[in-house]
Design a protein around this ligand. Structure first.
Ligand code: URP
Ligand code: ZN
Ligand code: ZN
Length: 462
């Protein structure tokens, strides 16, 4: 099977030119001007951008959390991702305390296998690490799981203490793998939550007001310091505030291998969303919470300057009805997380490129290339180049859409609201190709459940 994409503007993290891209089976085999080749299928990409498929390095599909399970599973979540122009995601397998991490990997393979529309990998969430389990980490790396997520938040659930952090970090560093950190002082936050509830403050906005940015900054500082001593690269996930970013900048200036991502919710939504009528604010109960709006300019500055290296979604959707409603009388019982897997590329293009905040190349880098490099997928993924997987998005930079749970072009996620309801965006992923196969054509799904494959990722290469 061969496919020729003609007349497009090919944009990678470093290139920008008009040309044709020729794909044979799953791989890009030729790129040039006015290619004279026979192809089974030709797509005219005139006036469109030809960009690498998006990579979302932080999603939670079919995740048991907060007394329920995230609303998108590997079928619906990856289908929604495909519609939004994402062709690779990295989700999280979660160790059950006291059990093997290899067992957790097996469980997550079963959740995903044969269901996904796009390729996927796993980070491993370590929830405890007795000395006799440490050697498992090497085995995980051999299985292509070359990164871990550790939580300083959620005591009693996913939280690990500093000793466990250090043990996991030491071994990860020795193995050439990477640590992803949920950096927040969960112990102090839990104390604030208890005191707040005792004062009768139960509405959704108190979720945000009990998680000060200083406690995020402290987690960032502490985790980077421990990682520095353990000699492992550390990647701070879902960084939400200027306070936290300052700690990343200080560490990077010292030459530490500290990296960070942010997410669209922290760039486009803010604390005022918690002030909505009734229980509406529960839609935005996520951790870290939405911050005061002024933080957004600082995050964009970090993205421009390279102190923030990527934009993930932290997609962890819960339906407003029944799931978020678990916490109608107590904000601490609202499952934490929000939807976004489908809207990332359009939001970042619109807010970043159309908004004049980042270049086109940087848009590609932030939504695709940087994650492929950080997480052992480059150059198979994250670029348009001869020899790379043909994961390509034909992106219409002029098409306008309104994001809404009711817009069948922009919402396929299995959740009963859209966090960006009413946002008007310019720039839409119209046709999406995953390993040479058209899976979305003119915004219509053309793929099949099970098209996606598990990705055995490589080690961190600096
Ligand atoms: O609120 C969030 N972010 N839920 C997902 C779990 C996590 O902390 O990433
Ligand atoms: Zn987290
Ligand atoms: Zn997350």
């Amino acid at each position: 099977m061969s496919l020729l994409i003609k007349n497009g503007r090919v944009i990678t993290a470093v290139d920008d030119y008009n040309g044709d891209v020729f794909i044979e089976n799953e791989t890009v085999t030729l790129i040039g001007k006015s290619l004279d080749v026979e192809a089974d299928r030709v797509i005219d990409a005139k006036d469109k951008y030809v960009i690498p498929g998006g990579i979302d390095p932080h999603t939670h599909l079919d995740m048991p959390f907060g007394g329920t399970v995230s609303a998108d599973d590997f079928e619906t979540g990856t289908l929604a991702a495909a519609h939004g122009g994402t062709t690779t995601l990295i989700d999280f397998a979660i160790q059950t305390k006291g059990h093997s991490t290899l067992e957790a990997l097996e469980t997550w393979h079963k959740k995903a296998e044969g269901k996904t529309a796009i390729d996927y990998g796993f980070h491993m969430v370590i929830t405890d690490l007795e000395d006799d389990r440490v050697p498992e980490m090497r085995k995980l790396a051999d299985e292509g799981v070359t990164s871990y997520k550790l939580f300083m938040a959620y005591p009693g659930v996913l939280y690990v203490d500093d000793g466990t952090l250090f043990r996991a970090m030491r071994k990860a560093g020795e193995d050439g793998t990477v640590i992803c950190m949920h950096a927040e002082n969960g112990i102090v936050i839990d104390e604030i939550v208890k005191r707040t509830l005792a004062e009768g403050k139960t509405e959704p906005k108190w979720h945000a007001l009990t998680r000060p940015t200083r406690m995020e900054a402290e987690g960032v500082y502490r985790s980077i310091a421990i990682a520095e001593v353990a000699n492992v690269p550390v990647y701070i996930v879902h960084l939400s505030s200027a306070d936290a970013l300052e700690q990343v900048v200080l560490a990077r200036d010292r030459g530490v291998h500290a990296f960070a991502e942010t997410c669209p919710q922290y760039l486009f939504l803010d604390h005022s969303y918690y002030e909505q009528e009734g229980f509406e604010g529960a839609k935005y109960v996520m951790t870290p919470p939405l911050r005061e709006k002024w933080n957004q300019d600082e995050l964009w500055r970090g993205l421009r300057m390279g102190d923030l290296m990527s934009i993930s979604t932290d997609h962890c959707p819960f339906c407003f009805k029944e799931q978020k409603e678990q916490g109608i009388n107590d904000f601490s019982k609202i499952p934490n997380g929000g939807p976004g897997i489908e809207n990332r590329m359009s939001l970042v293009f619109n807010g970043g490129v159309v908004g004049g905040r980042i270049s086109l190349n940087r848009f590609v880098e932030l939504t695709s290339t940087a994650s492929s490099k950080m997480f052992g997928l480059f150059p198979k993924k994250g670029t348009v180049a001869v020899g790379s997987d043909a994961d390509i998005v034909i992106f219409n930079p002029d098409r306008k859409e309104t994001i809404s749970v009711d817009n069948s072009v922009m919402h396929h996620m299995s959740v009963d609201y859209n966090a960006y309801e009413g946002f008007e965006v310019t720039g839409v992923a119209e046709t999406v190709i995953s390993r040479g196969k058209i899976i979305v054509e003119n915004c219509e799904y053309a793929g099949r459940k099970g098209d996606g494959q598990f990705l055995k990722r490589g080690l961190y290469s600096g």
